[in-house]
Design a protein around this ligand. Structure first.
Ligand code: COA
Ligand code: ZN
Length: 307
């Protein structure tokens, strides 16, 4: 069966923006439930300035505990610069992600560098990570629209994605940071991106701010993309990109995939457990578009929910 590879980014993209501090123990609790649901790849944390993102200050403690408990789990860590890579390496990271935004202003707001410096630093960080034998992901953020500069020129997206590919990134993550993309645009950009990098190395990172997350994911699937970032319960959003709401919910993506004959290896029942846990930790209701229905369906029978 055709398989979809999901990286659940809730421990990083999902939690970085929460106002209530989440303990390391609770992060481990969330990952435990994701792993139990069948998730094999997560973005666990980020090695960024704790002043910029206090929620990720425990990265150095969290990562080794994850690796010790789930040695088979792919646990990536976002690193904005060489210092972040150094910290990630000291914590035993085996996979990192660099973050390059496609506009000048977004780079400044996010990592306090202009675009050309951010590109330079991303390339240096990828090169160093590769020399250390780490698996690498490279985000190209605001790939469709920037909250500060408006629509992102397609040529700029292609240039930067191409540079990340040339720099040897194993996976290039095309990120709709604010959930601004629409299906026709996703289709057109994916068609153009095929010319600068192989599709099997491309991942789509979608947000559901305007309710178009799944429609955009479907266009990606139809175009042959098989790697997706998603966040359980739709948790997520970038603190430095105004208007960015939750990520595409993992449960919505898994439900759509299942109903469309694609395997994910992830169980919806297990995802509901993870959502319930995150709700208890954060003290508010969560869930993507399908979670209310999934919960009803699950309440009505004892067998695991499957679509
Ligand atoms: N991790 C921890 N501390 C870091 C760091 C890292 N990766 N990179 C730099 N620092 C520290 C420096 O050591 C310095 O500390 P000091 O004041 O105690 O000496 C301080 O941060 C300032 O260093 P500087 O290089 O001037 O950084 P900056 O203030 O220009 O900030 C970033 C740059 C990248 C560190 C910061 O903007 C950041 O962490 N951004 C992350 C944003 C993010 O997570 N966005 C969401 C995900 S896309
Ligand atoms: Zn995101």
């Amino acid at each position: 069966m055709d398989t979809l590879h999901i990286t659940d980014v809730s421990p990083r993209d999902g939690l970085q923006n929460q106002s209530a501090m989440v303990s390391t123990q609770d992060k481990l609790g969330l990952v435990e439930r994701l792993v139990a649901a069948g998730v094999r790849s997560i973005e666990a944390t980020s090695f960024v300035s704790p002043r910029a993102v206090p929620q990720m200050a425990d990265a150095g403690e969290l990562l080794p505990r994850l690796a010790a408990r789930w040695p088979q789990l792919r646990a990536s860590a976002l690193v904005p610069n060489l210092k972040g890579l150094e910290r990630a390496q000291a914590a035993g990271a085996r996979e990192i992600a660099v973050v390059l935004s496609a506009t000048e202003t977004m780079n400044r707001k996010n990592i306090n560098m202009g675009l050309s410096e951010a590109l330079d630093i991303s390339e240096q960080t990828l090169e160093r990570a590769r020399s250390l034998g780490l698996r690498t992901r490279a985000y190209v953020a605001v790939a469709f629209e920037c909250p500060f500069e408006g629509p992102t020129p397609q040529a700029e997206l292609l240039r930067l994605a191409g540079r990340m590919h040339e720099a040897g990134a194993d996976e290039i993550v095309i990120a709709d940071t604010t959930g601004a993309a629409a299906p026709a645009q996703v289709r057109d950009r994916l068609a153009a991106l095929r010319d600068v990098l192989p599709l099997h190395q491309l991942a789509l990172h979608l947000h559901d701010t305007r309710g178009l997350g799944l429609a955009n994911a479907w266009v990606g699937l139809e175009a042959g993309v098989r790697r997706f970032d998603a966040s359980v319960g739709g948790l997520g959003g970038c603190p430095f990109a105004p208007g960015a709401a939750g990520n595409l919910a993992t449960e919505d993506l898994v439900l759509m995939a299942e109903r469309s004959g694609l395997a994910t290896g992830v169980a919806l029942d297990g995802l509901l457990e993870a959502i319930g846990f995150a709700e208890a930790v954060l003290g508010r209701p969560l869930g993507g578009r399908s979670s209310a229905w999934l919960r009803r369906a699950r309440g009505g029978r004892t067998a695991p929910v499957s679509a």
